[in-house]
Ligand binder design. Sequence first.
Ligand code: GLN
Length: 542
Amino acid sequence: MQLKGKTRSTKIKYIFVTGGVMSGLGKGIISSSTAKLIQLSGIRVSCVKIDPYVNYDAGTMNPIAHGEVYVTDDGGECDMDIGNYERFLNISIKKEHNITTGRIYSQVIKAERSGKYLGQCVQIIPHITDAIKNSLRKIAEDENLQVLVIECGGTVGDIESLPFLEAFRQMELEEGVNNTLFIHVTLAPILDVVGEQKTKPTQHSIQELRRIGIQPDILAVRCKIKLSNETKKKISLFASIAENCVISSHDADSIYSIPELLASQGLMNTITKKLDLPKRQIKYQNWKSIAKSFTTQNKNIRIAIVGKYVTLPDSYVSIYHALSHAGAKNGIQVHIEWIESEKFEDKDNLDYLDNFDGILIPGGFGKRGTSGMINVANYSRLKNIPYLGICLGFQLALVSFARNVCKITEANSTELDQKTKNPIIEFMPEQRSINDLGGTMRLGSHEIEIKPGTIASKIYLSRTINRRHRHRYEFNKKYLDIIERNGMILSGFSDYGKRTEILEIPRHKFYVAIQYHAEFSSRPGKPEQSFEEFVKTASLKF
Ligand code: GLN
């Protein structure tokens, strides 16, 4: 396309999103929303998350400290922001899109050992920064992207993120100013005493960024209420950024309204101009109506999530989203209460669950809290309260049924008691020879065959589905007959019938549990079917 005599550049564009002031400002949502606007303009875009910690991936981290481990189709154990990108963009993202210091260093060290740098002293600059730049360019080229949005975790000033920011700075030089753009996310706190939006933290974090050679093009300023014009002016002056490039990122009713909030302040115009992108209309209609469905529900339900990582709801963030997608599509507002499963080790506490329209037991590892979960799985069966069990919630529903209905003494999972006489749930045989704990579970997407004529087949309306997994233990099929004879049906299998994936109890309002993590397949406007059916049933007045 000819543009005033010059050819529009077809080079890949890189948008870098950095954060200042403090963590937890919603950089992931700003990055996803920016990418969404680009996608809605008909441009091929994807996102990368950089986590500057030394872990190779998020798989071995405690969810209470770091939030959920998000599993990709290709079996990556990733930072939860990858989930935001997938939900906003409705695409499947490869595990390479989650770059950590560990991944970069192991790549460089491997190359050094193989003799790639023979004779050289291997250094952070250029070797580590080159590896970072190459990883980003490779993703963009391999996926034939026009724009790649790169979010850098942490806060400017962290020692760990320096090599990444240095790589971004170098990319501006190498790719050209028209092919790179920097968005810096900061905070304008309001002090109770004066009620005024304070700009000093933003000013300081921009200075920090400039000190390492990056001048942001756009500022996304988080604040409780809309940034006043006066505040925008002040920030613009101190940061040397045009006023229309200071974007107010104030609280919204739903995260899915953020793209519109940003676009209404001219974000896309600025991006299009700076990056010399084709000027296209943002095709909003469908997305806007999806976003609206999250703010216009007229029914309310209460769901108890009984788990072991409940002190940080981010530990189950995809479950939260899957429930809210299911609710929004059906006009239902889902109110969640996160309950520590240890509370139900004392059976006297179980009647607290009568206050809920549905109970969900999510995934988890290790023994703590599991006897409470087993009691809860049994209670919801007895009291006919809709139940959805996920992964550990599937395994413990089987243990509970084996103990309480089939009367199998000492029925257990070998994860909880290695020497149990009746291992209803056992270590997968393939796992026995594995010693490492990082990246060695049964991970990622696997095909599941659904038994015709079952509740599962009505939920999915399909003979096969593909869902993501993350587990080491599985149902021991030696117990299949006795379980089914007692009224629980096993209705989904994978790996040519070897692995059991779904259970259901027909004579119950809704008692379904799944070995896979359905929450990672839910999208706004397109909820995962088991979540949708669970939420719909929970909303029915019987
Ligand atoms: N701990 C169980 C297993 O490894 C369940 C895993 C999970 O809930 N993600 O099989």
